[in-house]
Design a protein. Structure first.
Length: 93
């Protein structure tokens, strides 16, 4: 991992609007511009407090509440999946 929090491997780009939005939030809150979608946030400097800040920003910006207990893994990709599923549920699709 380099000083920006990027893994040695090449991170997959965001492919959905939810992934892009969540990744931006994660990078801003953690101050790690190189973190990728599949990176475990706690391996990249997240603490329980900063993770709560990530969830609060997701709720504030995207109007979606992601319950911590629903997350199997703590990655930007996992958060984005919950944001997308909640958005679909709210519009009744």
């Amino acid at each position: 991992m380099d000083q920006d929090g990027a893994s040695a491997r090449v991170a997959a780009p965001a492919t959905t609007a939810e992934e892009e939005a969540v990744l931006q939030i994660v990078r801003e809150v953690l101050g790690r511009p190189g973190i990728g979608l599949g990176d475990d946030l706690f391996d990249h400097g997240a603490t329980s407090l900063s993770f709560v800040r990530v969830l609060a920003e997701v709720q504030r910006r995207l109007h979606v509440t992601v319950p911590v207990a629903a997350l199997v893994e703590v990655t930007a990709r996992s958060l984005a999946r919950h944001v997308a599923a909640e958005a679909l549920a709210t519009v009744g699709v």
